[in-house]
Design a protein around this ligand. Structure first.
Ligand code: GDP
Ligand code: MG
Length: 391
């Protein structure tokens, strides 16, 4: 029998973000390696680089996995850590709030400094309410102190510009690659990074008393067992035997199993990354973007007002203005839905502007004030916003 998950330490969701090739996946692997060898940190299993960056293989097998979750424990916490293979996956999973990060490790190569995706991830993380960022100044093995100092200064300024209080943010010089190779100096640097995460990212307040809600991140059909949905519990608690509604599939069912990282658990609560086994849901009816929730606890809606920041061209946004009638894709939680934009009296908005808009979605979703979202068009992020009122 599988060993059950024992909730002995606070659980937090964190993830790596940052520009492609700055070393996010290498660092993720290094963290699990260092902790697996620490001995005192609990049962962390080393996850090698190619098991994290396995998206292509999974894609061939027809399973859409565009985020790798690894699990590890420090002396004081249990972490689920998400690493994305590419920028678009980052947008889908982290920026929409699907990954529900309590904190993020911003990976910046000391050899390259801030790059466009570094800035975009910081901007959008702020927008969706990731309140705590720790910086891994990676590839420090190849950079001299002068260069590292310069990049550190640049990163602190970037963070300050986005409201993160860059002077207070821990910036730790690390080498994921050298730590993976077992070099003691750089193993210690990863330990220092983990200490910074342990102390700087607070245990968040969890809404465990609220009605259960979990956005569906992926769906698997297991022959003979039924349909499994995975995701991060946004609020409330769910246990085996609970009745749930699947919004999007417009059906109700019963949860017949709850697991986290392959370990069964009696009940899952806000903040947990879980797989739920659902009874008798026909194959193909539940999809990413649907929401599993306590029956009658939420009414899906399609019209809302929002405050939206339109990225400037320099930040990777549009180079031309948008007008009422604009129909981009809206990424809300795990859903990806077309929306009609009404800019009111102004009628137009330019890249770099922060504006109020009314949005009509092509499909009703559970909406609420404060919900963050990203606006995408032609494969790139052009805006980020927050729901201010549901109409
Ligand atoms: P990601 O795209 O951010 O996930 O970056 P990867 O982890 O795939 O790393 C990109 C490249 O940088 C690979 O060739 C790594 O071996 C290299 N790399 C990663 N971390 C380090 C480091 O700490 N030092 C050096 N010198 N190279 C690194
Ligand atoms: Mg990677």
């Amino acid at each position: 029998p599988k060993q059950a998950y024992a909730r002995t330490k606070p659980h937090l969701n964190i993830g790596t973000m940052g520009h492609v090739d700055h070393g996010k996946t290498t660092l993720t692997a290094a963290i699990t390696k260092v902790l697996s060898e620490r001995g005192t940190g609990g049962p962390t299993t080393y996850v090698p680089f190619d098991r994290i960056d396995r998206a292509p293989e999974e894609a061939r097998r027809g399973i859409t996995i565009n985020a790798a979750h690894v699990e590890y424990e420090t002396d004081t916490r249990h972490y689920a850590h998400v690493d994305m293979p590419g920028h678009a996956d980052y947008i889908k999973n982290m920026v929409t709030g699907a990954a529900q990060l309590d904190g993020a490790i911003l990976v910046v190569s000391a050899l390259d400094g801030i790059m466009p995706q570094t800035a975009e991830h910081v901007l959008l993380a702020r927008q969706v309410g990731v309140d705590h960022v720790v910086v891994a100044l990676n590839k420090a093995d190849g950079a001299d102190d002068e260069l590292s100092d310069l990049v550190e200064l640049e990163v602190r300024e970037l963070l300050t510009a986005h409201g993160y209080g860059g002077d207070a943010v821990p910036v730790v010089r690390v080498s994921g690659l050298r730590a993976l190779e077992g070099d003691p100096r750089w193993t210690a640097s990863v330990e220092a990074l983990l200490d910074a995460v342990d102390t700087y990212v607070p245990v968040p307040v969890r809404y465990v008393e609220a009605p259960f809600l979990m956005p569906v991140e992926s769906v698997l059909t297991i022959t003979g067992r039924g349909t499994v949905v995975t995701g991060a519990v946004e609020r409330g608690t769910v246990r085996v035997g609970d009745r749930v509604a699947v919004l999007g599939a417009e059906t109700e069912t019963v949860v017949t199993g709850v697991e986290t990282f392959g370990k069964p658990m009696e009940s899952a609560q806000a903040g947990d990354n879980v797989a739920l086994l659902l009874r008798g849901v026909p194959r193909g009816t539940v999809r990413r973007g649907h929401v599993v929730a306590a029956p009658d606890s939420v009414a899906p809606r399609s019209r809302f007002t929002a405050r939206v920041y339109l990225l400037s061209a320099r930040e990777g946004g549009r180079s031309t203005a948008v007008a009422t009638g604009y129909r981009p894709q809206f990424y809300l939680r795990t859903a990806d839905v077309v929306g009609h934009v009404d800019l009111g009296d102004a009628g137009v908005a330019r890249p770099g502007d922060t504006v109020t808009m009314t949005v009509d979605l092509g499909r009703a979703l559970p909406l609420e004030p404060g919900l963050g979202f990203a606006i995408r068009e032609g494969g790139r992020t052009v805006g980020a916003g927050t729901v201010t009122e549901v109409l």
